[in-house]
Every structure is written in C-alpha cells, then in structure tokens.
Design a binder for this molecule. Structure first.
Ligand code: PEP
Ligand code: MN
Length: 634
C-alpha cells in the first residue's frame, strides 16, 4: 500500500508510522517526490488499512492494485534513473551498452572496448560466465574474464556489466562489475535474484525467453524486495512460433513497461534477432519506441567469435548505428548519454568545489527550453542559474557565477537570435565550447483534470503562440491567445492563478518544474522545429567541457576593409583550404553606421587546414576572432 504523508508531518510522526508498519510485518520505503512524500509499505501483513489511515501524519492510504509493488508506477510516479558508475540510464538520455558476447582474451576485450568507446558506447559488456544451451559450447573465462573486462573498462573510462549465473559468485563478481546482468535463462531463478538484490547494486534484468511482462516485473520485484532499487529492464526477444529470427522482439513491451513501472527499460536487438543485419533497424525501432538505451553485441572479428558471432556487429556497423542513433535522438527530443571523460570543472567558490559539478546559466524562468537544453548537454541534475536577460546570462559567465551558459543561437522557424551574436562579439573573453540542438515540442499545460473546452485563455511567449497557430485555431478556437514574456513563466502564472479556464504553452520540463499537467502534447504546427544553442564558457572552463563528438567546427567573427571584393577574398581563403562554410551572417557594428562584421561557422576540414586558413585570414581581415572550436553533429 501507499501512504501519502501530510505536508506538515513531523519527523516524530514519520518515525511512529514507520515503527508501526515494521512491527506489523511491512518493509517501508520512503519516496520523496516533487509534490509529495510517500511511504511504500510492502510485505505479508494483514493489518486493516483503516488502522493505517488513522495514524497521525497520514493524508491518505492507497492499496497497490498490481502484484508488483516496489516496481510499480502506482508507488512511484517519477522515472527512476539508474546510475551505473557515472553513467545514467533512464530519463531523457539514451545510453548504449556494447561489447562482445563473451570475454575471450585480454587482447580481444581491449580491442572491442576501444572500438565501442570511440564510437560512443558508455558501458562495456562481456560475458565471463556463459549460460550456453549446449554443455559442450564455450562456457566463458570465469573470474579471469572479469579481470580483463574490468581492466578494459578502466582503460576506457567505462563502467562494466557481466552476467551472473550462480548465487555463490555474487560477492566475487560484486568486486569487479558495476552492474550485474541477470540473463534471460535465469530471470526466474529466485535464489539468484535474492542474492543479487542484497548487494544493493545496479542490475540489468533481461526478460525471460517465455516470460510475460507481469512475470518479468515480479522478477524485478524480487530484486527490489531484496534491497536494490537500481534495476534496468532489458527486452531481448521472446520465444514465439516464428523462426525467421532467433527470437521475436516484443517492441510493444517498451511502452507497456513504461506505463506499469518507473524502472528504465532498454532493448537488446542482438539476442532478439540473432542476425547482425537486423540489429540496426531494430535498434532504431527500440529507441523510437521510447527505450532508454540498448545493449548491443560488437566484435572486432565476429567471424572468429567464440559465441554469437552472426549477431555481433562489425565495428564499422556499430559506428554507423551510433551516428543514426545520434540523429534519431534529436528528433525524439532526447540526447545520447556521453562518456564522462574528465572531472567536472573546478570552481573558485569553495562550497561548490566540494561537489565539483558545474553551474550552468540560462535566460528565462525555471522550465524554459534553454533549461531543457542544459539537461541534454550536462547531467540531468545539473545546477542551473536562471537569468532574466541574455545580458545577465553573459555577465554570470564572465564574472564566474556560472561555469557555462546555454545560449540559443538560432531556431529553424524563427531564425537567428541576433542579440546573442552581439553578446558574443561584446564579451571578448567568452568562448563557444559546444553546441546543443533540441527539438521544440510545445505542450498545452494546465491544472490536472482541466478540459480543453473549459479553457478561455492561453498564455505563452509570442513565438510559442505563433508556432502553434494550427492547434490554436482548429482545436482551441474558443480560447483567446495571450502573449506572455516567457513560456515557462506562463506556466508559473497559470499555476499561481489556479484557474481551470487558463492554460499555457511551453515545454514538458516547465510542466514538470511547476507540477502541472500536460493537457495536449506536440501541438506545434511544424514538427521540424529545432533550436540550436551554444555552450559558452570562460577559457579556464573551456577544456573541461569535452563533447562526445570530435571537435569539427569553428565559429569566427571578422571585419573586412571597405573595398571591392574584400568579403569575397576572405571567403575564398576558406574555399581554397577546402573548408566547408556552414553559415554566414552579417551584423551591424555598434556605433559604426553601415559597417558590418561577419559571423561564420565552418567545418575544420583536413588536419591543419583550418589553422592555415586562419593565418591567411589574419592578413586579409581588419579584425578576426575565433569564437570557439567545438563538436557539432549537424
Ligand atoms: C547475453 O547478453 O550475453 C545473453 C546471454 O543474453 P540473454 O540472457 O538475453 O540470452
Ligand atoms: Mn550473446
């Protein structure tokens, strides 16, 4: 059952409730949500629910209708994000686990680790104990294999996971792995589940070959009841009458699971299909369906693999898949989880140094689209600094109150945000260190239970309103659109008014931040609505922002003389060095009427090409500044 606690509950009351429940045979879990704090009580107890209802500090008691309790969405509404080492699985990230089916030798795992790491995988896999169908097949290297796997993971900064097959190995394996893997064949090995759960470590729980979704969640419940709350579910195909593929990938399990449980779900297209040519399309299907990641088998020499060679990707196939996933993640409004290569930047402020995590400034109120971009580029729980204007955002970064700034540069519908080009020009010591693109998905946001028919006023930034004209005229013709200074601010306003005739248009983060309901989602007239941001920093913080993507682009700002062909000559230099220019814009120079500076984005080309071009540009241009070099995936 779920006990929703009163907001003004005292610690003593909490303690008394907990004691009552444990004495009557329950295990109690406290879950602190954004809106309320609850106690989840599970166990074999026959206490009358009314008795619990009467306890001081209890607002209400709800029985959990599902047989799985701790795993159930009824108990915990928010998505669980599982931390595997520094990698986070769940939420708006797509985390890719990759590696060979089995660790075969030190050299083999080192080679595969390097290859999958360079392509962007964030967790390394490799079986050391292989539960094979035939007792005569390769059974794995055992502990020796775990040692090699650990060494490879450490060498490339990747947490590792490996399958556990016996309760007696739990302690030993716990010394090596960052996450246990429970294989399909062991999903209902309850003694194993209990032993692994007691370790309180992350567990990847594969779906059994013929398990229903409910049986699978009951297996997760075993793990959670034994002590861990860090469970990732993995759909890996089930046994059906179809023989064209090794198993049948049950892709609809992804949204079903997301309704039933708060635990993250990933997919394993390798064991699901058994054929490498199908791994790519099924990977995209899984991620498009909402999976928080994938587990993919990759081998540097699949034809010689000891196990599962035919389903293992060649490194080149895996690299292509990662590029496709990167592109798809943008469409879904998600981002690829990146390897954390460096410690978070140092700060002058002693208090902050302790946490060594960066503060990122943005313009707008909490819940703005810029905050969404921050959550994509940095950790989900990064500390943010909302600023009332772009000028104050740049000030915060320049004065060291924030390590980074997330600055919108252009929108596919609205065009350039010129003010920020001007701010970059004005703030000489600030660099562009990265780029983040997000898809703008607008939502109609209001009080829980609001009916569209009852809404009379819809508030949003003029851009937000303009981008939803179709919805506003076709569906909401009866309501009046009211311009507001900011999208997230409009949500805050509707919340404050507490009036079901009012609604706002904003991003989902705003609904989340202000505890409001999404009444209609994806209401923008054009689906291909993207905003591109620059991540800006002072030089001392620039290096610490390491993008997954290789540095491949530069932004420049230059002025040229007032003579025929001056701009042409500058651009000719880029052309001569085979640098592909991606953007050219002119901006008036403040205080110099009818004089302009030019803002250019260019690819970096072959080794040394950019530097050579730069040397020549310096000769031709009156002034020249490199705003920054960074990684782009456009
Ligand atoms: C594996 O991932 O190595 C494996 C054996 O998978 P499954 O348990 O899904 O068959
Ligand atoms: Mn395998």
């Amino acid at each position: 059952m779920i006990l929703i606690l009163k907001k003004q509950i005292t610690e003593a009351q909490k303690h008394a409730i907990r004691e009552f429940l444990t004495d009557t045979g329950y295990t109690v879990k406290e879950i602190v949500g954004e809106e309320e704090t609850i106690f989840g009580a599970v166990g074999q107890s026959s206490v009358d629910i009314r008795q619990v209802q009467l306890l001081e500090g209890v607002a209400s008691v709800v029985p959990i209708s599902k047989p799985f309790k701790l795993a159930s969405r009824e108990l915990k509404k928010e998505d669980t994000i599982v931390s595997v080492g520094k990698v986070k699985v769940g939420g708006n990230r797509i985390a890719i686990i990759a590696g060979p089916c089995a660790v075969e030798s030190r050299n083999q795992i080192m080679e595969v680790a390097r290859s999958v790491h360079d392509a962007g995988a964030v967790i390394l896999r490799g079986g050391a104990f292989k539960p094979r169908t035939s007792p005569y097949s390769f059974q794995g290297l055992g502990e020796e294999g775990l040692k090699y796997l650990r060494e490879a993971g450490d060498a490339y900064g990747m947490p590792i996971t490996s399958e556990i097959v016996s309760p007696s190995d739990v302690e030993m394996m716990g010394e090596y792995v960052d996450m246990f893997q429970i294989g399909a064949r062991n999903m209902q090995n309850f003694e194993l589940l209990k032993a692994v759960g007691r370790m309180k470590m992350p567990v990847l729980l594969k779906r059994g070959l013929s398990a229903t979704i409910e049986e699978w969640l009951m297996a997760a419940e075993y793990l959670m009841a034994s002590g861990t709350d860090q469970v990732i579910l993995c759909e890996r195909g089930i046994r059906t009458y179809e023989r064209a593929t090794r198993n049948t990938l049950d892709i609809s399990a992804v949204p079903v699971i997301q309704k039933l449980t708060h635990l993250p779900i990933i997919g394993d297209p390798s064991h699901a299909t058994g054929l490498r040519d199908m791994v790519g399309p099924m990977s995209l299907g899984l991620v498009a369906s909402g999976a928080s990641g994938l587990m993919v088998e990759v081998h540097t020499d699949p034809d010689k693999a000891f196990s599962d060679g035919p389903q293992s990707l060649y490194p080149s196939q895996f690299e292509k898949l990662m590029r496709d996933l990167d592109a798809l993640s943008g469409v879904l409004g998600k981002s690829m989880e990146r390897p954390v290569k460096v410690e978070r930047p140092k700060v002058k402020d002693v208090e902050r140094q302790k946490t060594s995590s960066p503060v990122v400034a943005f313009q707008g109120e909490r819940g703005a689209y810029s905050e969404m971009a921050i959550r994509r580029a940095f950790e989900e729980d990064t500390e943010v600094l909302p600023c009332p204007s772009f000028g104050e955002l740049f000030d915060a970064v320049r004065e060291g109150r924030a390590h980074y700034g997330m600055v919108p540069i252009e929108n596919t519908l609205g065009g350039t945000i010129s003010e920020n080009l001007d701010q970059l020009e004005r703030n000489g010591e600030i660099e562009v260190v990265g780029e983040q693109q997000i898809r703008i998905v607008h939502n109609l946001i209001g009080l829980e239970g609001t009916k569209l028919e009852t809404i009379t006023h819809i508030y949003s930034h003029p851009q937000g309103l303009a981008q939803c004209t179709r919805f506003l005229t076709e569906t909401m013709g009866h309501a009046q659109a009211v311009p507001f200074f900011d999208t997230a601010g409009a949500v805050a306003y509707v919340k404050k008014e507490n009036d079901p005739t009012k609604a706002a248009i904003a991003g989902e983060v705003a609904a989340h931040v202000y505890g409001m309901a999404i009444l209609a989602e994806g209401i923008e007239s054009h689906a291909r609505n993207y905003t591109r941001f620059y991540v800006i920093a002072r030089p001392e913080n620039a290096e610490a922002f390491k993008d997954l993507r290789p540095i491949n682009r530069a932004s420049l700002l230059f002025t040229v003389g007032d003579r025929p062909g001056a701009l042409f000559e500058a651009l000719l230099i880029l052309a001569k060095h085979q640098l592909n220019m991606k953007r050219l814009e002119s901006r008036p120079i403040p205080g110099k009427p009818w004089e302009y500076s030019f803002f250019v984005e260019t690819e970096l080309g072959d080794d040394g090409a950019f530097e050579a071009a730069l040397a020549e540009l310096k000769e031709t241009c009156l002034s020249l500044r490199v705003l920054g070099k960074y990684g782009s995936n456009r």
